[in-house]
Design a binder for this molecule. Sequence first.
Ligand code: ATP
Length: 506
Amino acid sequence: FKVRMDDLVSLCKRRGFIFQTSEIYGGLNGFWDYGPLGVQLKRNIKSAWWRAMTQCRDDIVGLDSSIIMHPRTWEASGHTNNFKDPMCDCRETKARYRADQVRVLRPKDDGEGLIFAFMENDRGPAEKKIRKLGSGDASNYEDLPLPEIALEDYPRIVGPDTRTPGTLTEPRAFNLMFKTYVGPVEDHSAVAYLRPETAQGIFSQFANVTSVSRQKLPFGIAQIGKAFRNEITPRNYTFRSREFEQMELEFFIRPGEDASWHDYWVEERIRWYGTVGLPEGRMHREIHGEDELAHYASACTDIVFDFPFGTQELEGIAARGDYDLKQHQTFSGKSMEYFDQENNERFLPHVIEPSAGVDRIALALLCEAYRMEWIPKDGGEAVTADPDQKRPPEGFEQRTVMRVAPCVAPYKVAVFPLLKNKEPLVDKARAIYGALSRRWMSFYDETGAIGRRYRRQDEIGTPLCVTVDFDTLDDDTVTVRDRDSMKQIRIPVAELEAYVADQVEF
Ligand code: ATP
């Protein structure tokens, strides 16, 4: 993979995409803040989704439901009982691990000692550990599923971070919902939860939304909002966080049409990822087998992306039948049925649920867009730099560039006066910036050499830079420089807005 996570993480901090939350207090694991650029990136992702889901379609309406809902909601949805991950603790280090991310390896030749490794991602860490222990090749080991390890073997497991034997508790279930209390009394009756998904807000408002929007089946309700999960091991930067944002659609259909609408939404979502700059080649469909499906689901496909730390889920698209509406009908005693005027019948619609994470998409876009490039000083095409080589070869200079699609780029255009101490240039550049910024997020910069200013915009993904120079004062034209090709063209100021629109709008 062309991106090293360390390089990306450091750029995100340096330029203001992502900060550790509460950094001044040492941070809080699993929580992140988005800086001036990150907030724009996320807003643009959400706008692109909202536009595709609601504005460009007449069969989907929006909703913004509350984060804390009646606690019965989570009994009905099954989260109170079932939203659990298996967890085990290391007795030595006190560290906690999601049991399904622990690998225990046994030498195939009956040799002594088991190797215990916490799986950050894929298969890497366990194999590294084997090498570190000098025990040869990973193929000499076999995996032992945790529950199958005899308790007497536990003391011999090699601890996660040391060569010393560690001990693991047996896996136990841990509910991922954050608990809180509503009102001043902290007793059982005041317990409430931060929502672990936005979807249940949609199901519980199904009857209200249907009656006010006068939609007929098939139709959908879309929502974007925060969700919270007390993940046992947040990891891979923002990929698995404890607070994150979801974009969820519940698309209600007639029973029996589940398979075709499920296929439709998988393809529709893949197409959408293309519009924000995630290419088909790095996206895959992971189809859940019969034995992996929840009992009520008839199909589930994950859309996964090749991250530098492994291929991981961006979105799940599930055909959930009438499970959710039926549960809420049972638990609330209120009808969730749809009245079909044509056939004069009432029934519970089925639903297809495409559920995506904003933060994971933002991270995928950053991984996809980030490039270190070497540019021939005598002109010519840029080449991707070798991340192991600190300096570019003779005759080349290095640039970091975020090749993000214009529709999600934090800033669409930057405007520079050639010199900051020449009033007519500054006035003209300010006027152009003023006009463009009414329509797009634009950046004004007058400090440093022009080349340096281009590089700063390259690093934050701004697709176009406009430079006002002395010729502008004579003929009212400006230079427009393209981020990806680094080519420059000269165009009249009067045509600038139309040109920018053509380049950055979708
Ligand atoms: P995973 O298997 O990775 O835990 P999931 O299958 O539990 O994810 P869903 O419950 O289907 O996830 O949630 C829908 C989407 O919400 C996911 O595809 C993902 O984009 C996002 N999401 C879920 N959990 C997190 C998290 N802890 N941090 C960031 N995004 C998340």
